[in-house]
Design a protein around this ligand. Structure first.
Ligand SMILES: [Zn+2]
Ligand SMILES: [Zn+2]
Length: 363
């Protein structure tokens, strides 16, 4: 076996600190003169995999305690202490200057020998990508199967933009129902969520259960309650309703967060610092809620009496004779044998906003 050093790391870290901290910094990889031609067109890649040698590492243990969590086998860890002390990290390539690669995210200290560089691209390096193309919710289905609620909440945050208790509650209820229904949702309206609020809660449901505004599987009932009924059409409309039985738990268990919420969100009076603090508390609470028992927060009722909406109809298109725009036939307004859109024909309309469904009179 022959392994060659092709370059060296330049970093502000002379000694190892936590890898999370090191990954937040920029460093330079200096390539040795004889290998520079191998960097030709490397700028085409946004990400690179850097293979390096842990030159300060000594010895190893096949079983050892993790920084986070209990003891585990060496090959389930990224510890530098291993039989072949080799590290691999995916970094962002910021720019190339001759023999120097400026990178972001490398967790290797100053002077680390680099032994190889490879381009990273999601189509080559994500083994499940083709499965995901066949089944868009492949990853989510897997997280649901293993009830990995932390990761589900992380993903739901991408949709929602922030972490908050009600987002976590929506994820919690949805993860629970999909386990009980033993169902996967392919977005074809076989699974429905009838929500009774349009708060953060509904985003947790849209992401986790895959019942969304756009795929017609999110039915909104304008009741203003933190409640949702999931209906499985494939199992004779079997349903489960989740109702948040104890909505005061936040002010009781997290009084500081509740006080800040009142000031920052309800009264819109918080300083920038208070806004940041609130986000931080909300995030902490959300990740605590997601680990709790679903029964702790919800009253769960089986087979409630609920009118199940029909599958969405497909309507022909019509054209408005005033603005000329196309619209669903079901929404057309007929006046004197002419067809109009509501916007052109009527002086008011209905809108779903932060207050629920409201009637808006045009000025
Ligand atoms: Zn929220
Ligand atoms: Zn019109």
């Amino acid at each position: 076996m022959e392994i060659n050093k092709i370059g060296e790391v330049r970093s502000k870290y002379k000694e190892p600190v936590g890898p999370d901290e090191m990954r937040k910094s920029k460093s330079i990889i200096e390539i040795e003169a004889e290998y520079i031609d191998g960097l030709d067109q490397i700028e085409d890649y946004e990400y690179l995999q850097i293979v390096f040698y842990f030159h300060k590492s000594e010895g190893y243990d096949l079983i050892s305690k993790r920084r986070k969590g209990p003891e585990r086998g060496l090959f389930t860890s990224r510890s530098p202490r291993r039989p072949s002390p080799i590290g691999i990290t995916t970094v962002e390539l910021l720019k190339r200057e001759g023999s120097k690669l400026h990178v972001y995210g490398l967790d290797a200290i100053d002077g680390t020998p680099v032994i190889d560089i490879k381009p990273y691209a999601s189509f080559m390096d994500q083994p499940t990508l083709s499965l995901q193309k066949e089944t868009p919710r492949y990853r989510i289905n897997k997280l649901l199967k293993y009830q990995n609620r932390q990761d589900l909440l992380l993903k739901a945050g991408e949709l929602h933009g922030h972490y908050c208790p009600y987002l976590a509650l929506g994820v919690l209820a949805s993860a629970d129902v999909l386990k009980r229904f033993d169902a996967e949702n392919d977005g074809m309206e076989d699974l429905l969520a009838v929500v009774e609020t349009n708060s953060c809660f509904s985003d947790g449901i849209q992401y986790t259960a895959g019942t969304t505004f756009g795929n017609n599987a999110l039915i909104y009932r304008d009741f203003g309650k933190t409640a949702v009924t999931f209906i499985n059409r494939k199992e004779e409309d079997k349903n489960l309703r989740y109702y948040l039985k104890d909505s005061d738990f936040i002010s009781r268990e997290y009084p500081d967060a509740a006080k800040l919420f009142k000031k920052v969100i309800a009264e819109r009076k918080g300083s920038k610092k208070e806004q940041e603090k609130m986000k931080e508390l909300w995030q902490k609470i959300a990740f605590e809620i997601i680990e709790e028992d679903v029964d702790r927060y919800f009253k769960i009722e089986e087979d409630v009496d609920i009118e199940v909406p029909d599958y969405a109809s497909i309507f022909a298109d019509q054209h408005c004779s005033k603005c000329g725009e196309k619209l669903m036939a079901a929404k057309a307004v007929k006046k004197n044998n002419e067809v109009f859109c509501r916007d052109c024909a009527e002086s008011c309309y209905y809108q779903l906003d932060g207050s629920g469904i409201v009637k808006v009179e045009k000025e």
